[in-house]
Write a protein that binds this ligand. Structure first.
Ligand code: ZN
Length: 268
């Protein structure tokens, strides 16, 4: 049995499936993993320096000069088939929730609903003083209209993107929810993550400790490979499309036509 078919079987058998995704799922959408050297925006800057909470507090103009470019680079990106397959699994009742480290909004754009964004999202920015929240388009307008290029709250304070910057704590509520989901999952499906960065590195251990299984769809080794029921090493898009096709037989009688339609296009 191929790895993809085995994974499809595990998904079918599990009462509760939770996906956990990292930067690798967005690479096919043209968003490089910043830990990959020599790629994109991070090539010329040290993320620890420019994307640090101290940099934001000390020099919001410099921070936003960089972060505005980052927003711009992410704004026009679109979900790829791997994002879409996960959204379709959820619609078909085969995936209960999705935890992601990514801030790029692509899971939401693909249609995932039960979404826990443990590192936040570029979708909105907030005022650190009065807590007012502004959507991305509004933030971009405010940035363009400011003489120093700093998007400001109505109260005058510089806005902060609702993403976890270096030097910041993770949002406690999202973290608690991610931990509860991982602990309660029969199957934790890890996609495009090297499972090295906290808190994502700890979540598979929670699943295993509660008697659940883990499956890994990621290129390159992870610390959990030997404890995984399935490890798929190929490209995330082709691997998830193969899983999706392997599930199509079971789902052919399913009322959700969105899934079968997408499965057709996956085979094209
Ligand atoms: Zn304010």
């Amino acid at each position: 049995m191929s790895g993809a078919r085995r994974l499809a079987e595990l998904i079918r058998e599990a009462g509760s499936v939770v996906a956990l995704t990292g930067a690798g799922i967005s690479v096919p959408s043209g968003i490089p993993d910043f830990r990959t050297p020599g790629k994109g925006l991070w090539e010329k800057v040290d993320p620890m320096e420019v994307a640090h909470i101290d940099a934001f507090r000390r020099d919001p103009a410099r921070f936003w000069h960089f972060y505005g470019a980052r927003f711009q680079a992410l704004e026009d990106k679109r979900p790829n088939r791997a994002h879409v397959v996960l959204a379709e699994l959820e619609r078909a009742g085969l995936l209960h929730a999705l935890i992601t480290q990514n801030i790029d909004r692509l899971h939401a754009q693909a249609g995932s609903r039960e979404l826990v964004e443990v590192h936040g999202t570029i979708d909105h920015s907030s005022c650190p003083v009065c807590a007012a929240r502004y959507g991305l388009e509004d933030v971009r307008r405010r940035q363009a209209g400011d003489v120093r290029g700093v998007p400001r709250c109505e109260c005058g304070e510089p806005l902060k993107p609702d993403v976890v910057l270096f030097g910041e704590y993770l949002p406690a509520e999202a973290l608690a929810r991610a931990e509860a989901l991982a602990a309660g999952a029969d199957l934790l499906l890890c996609v495009g993550s090297s499972l090295e960065v906290y808190p994502v590195a700890q979540l598979p251990a929670l699943t295993l400790a509660s008697g659940g299984r883990i499956a890994i769809v990621t290129q390159g080794p992870t610390q959990y490979d030997r404890r995984a029921s399935v490890k798929l090493d190929g490209d995330v898009v082709s691997e998830l499309e193969a899983v999706s096709r392997a599930l199509s037989g079971v789902l052919s009688g399913a009322p959700d036509s969105a899934l079968s339609g997408a499965l057709d296009s996956a085979g094209a």
